[in-house]
Design a protein around this ligand. Sequence first.
Ligand SMILES: *[C@@H]1O[C@H](CO)[C@@H](O)[C@H](O)[C@H]1NC(C)=O
Ligand SMILES: *[C@@H]1O[C@H](CO)[C@@H](O)[C@H](O)[C@H]1NC(C)=O
Ligand SMILES: *[C@@H]1O[C@H](CO)[C@@H](O)[C@H](O)[C@H]1NC(C)=O
Ligand SMILES: *[C@@H]1O[C@H](CO)[C@@H](O)[C@H](O)[C@H]1NC(C)=O
Ligand SMILES: *[C@@H]1O[C@H](CO)[C@@H](O)[C@H](O)[C@H]1NC(C)=O
Length: 446
Amino acid sequence: MFSLLPTLVFLVSGLAPVLGQECADTSDLVPFWRAFNGAVTDHFYTTNVTEMENVAIAQDGYKLEGVSAFIWTTQQPGTTPLYRLYNQKADDHFYTMSSDELPEMQAAGWTNDTTPIAGYVYPFSVCGASPMYRMFNPTAVDHFYTMNIAEGEAASPSWVNQGIAGYVVLPSVNGSVVLNSSPTPFLAPVSATTSSCATTTDAVPLLRTYSSIGTDHFYTTNATEMNDVAIALDAYSFEGDATFLWATQETNTVPLYRMFNQNVTDHFYTIDANEVNEALGGGYAFDTSTHIAGYVYPYSICGASPIYRLYSSSASDHFYTMSYTESLSASGYVIEGIAGFALLPSVNGAAQTATAGASPFFLPVSLTPSATSVSLTLESALVTTAKPSMVTVPSGPTAFPGTIASPVTTSSGSSLPNSNGATAQAVASYYGVCCVAALIGALAFY
Ligand SMILES: *[C@@H]1O[C@H](CO)[C@@H](O)[C@H](O)[C@H]1NC(C)=O
Ligand SMILES: *[C@@H]1O[C@H](CO)[C@@H](O)[C@H](O)[C@H]1NC(C)=O
Ligand SMILES: *[C@@H]1O[C@H](CO)[C@@H](O)[C@H](O)[C@H]1NC(C)=O
Ligand SMILES: *[C@@H]1O[C@H](CO)[C@@H](O)[C@H](O)[C@H]1NC(C)=O
Ligand SMILES: *[C@@H]1O[C@H](CO)[C@@H](O)[C@H](O)[C@H]1NC(C)=O
């Protein structure tokens, strides 16, 4: 057994799992109703049944299209506000979780809607949540949101793909919620601007080294540890800069935890606190006093690119690279996903802010759905964002009057309205004026 010398095996022992596990309460989910007005080409979404029925449908000529998603009406662990804006001139309702986009959109003619927050969503894929895609039709000036990627594709090219608006819970045809369905990871969350980015010049190289004896990839920002311990004492070979990340927490970044398993000689890095807890129970321990290798973005913003995470079970080795090509050619390793997003290194030793195309096939790694890392994100992300007081929450799930059959009981025992119109998964395309009518006819909605 390869044995590491003292500094690298300085394990912070005796630590019980310290990180919480938090997901939003699925029994608090409510339908995010979707309606469309073909006369002005506007998609409208609300959790407020009265508003949908008495205002959108009765007064403004919108047609109900069913349940687009299930979301929360109060801020729950791991969730972030989905802001709602309206452009009266263009007749466009716009929804975003990016507070950076608010001033941009306001400058372009959108204003806070009567309800400035449509609900709460996860900013990335955790806790069984799936992506809600955002599309935009620049000619008709219409933002369109759907969880059905086929529907989104069918709406192209009139509506162009703008990424992921947030992660929410899929409806099913019987009105229950669907957790842990396969998200379709083709798009990064939408986040337009650079006003809430970590400072590029603060980014430091995460140095990469490898031990063929221990079959261990090891990463640190600490040049002394790299030179004096890993290379000089433990015979690791230096392999260059893996990425540029932050040594202290900056805007929108989250901790990248660092752990070590002495038995199998494996350094393991993750932003997912649930994984940290699992690893602590599975032979890994923190091997630095801070527990953290650095700070990274949890999703692709601000010119950050994906850090791919690979694992070799035969070598018991976690391997991290920003080179997608290298990830494909790493013999014996399987790609586990994206460990986080940070800045690309360049050959001259500086960080780059150009975003490399993320491989569309991988989501951020989260073996066990966890919102904890999201909570950590939100703490920093929300520092500059006032948390507006929320509207009164209806007590319990809301049934849509007149159009919804009797509630069904989910496995969790909560009663949710039967949303026969909630066909976001099943209907390939119900796009535009013609198809809305067809859909409603097909479903015998009225
Ligand atoms: C729902 O919409 C109605 C009609 O617009 C409004 O009067 C009411 O305040 C809304 N309820 C909530 C909880 O926002
Ligand atoms: C618009 O809404 C955002 C988020 O709720 C809030 O921070 C901001 O103060 C609002 N702006 C105006 C002009 O009401
Ligand atoms: C509703 O549909 C979901 C997903 O298809 C399924 O798992 C669940 O068992 C169904 N529930 C009922 C009450 O039929
Ligand atoms: C860097 O590594 C050296 C050697 O392991 C250690 O003594 C020092 O405390 C580390 N510095 C920081 C800032 O962690
Ligand atoms: C490491 O291996 C030893 C000997 O097999 C075992 O007793 C110990 O529990 C292992 N440690 C961990 C943390 O798995």
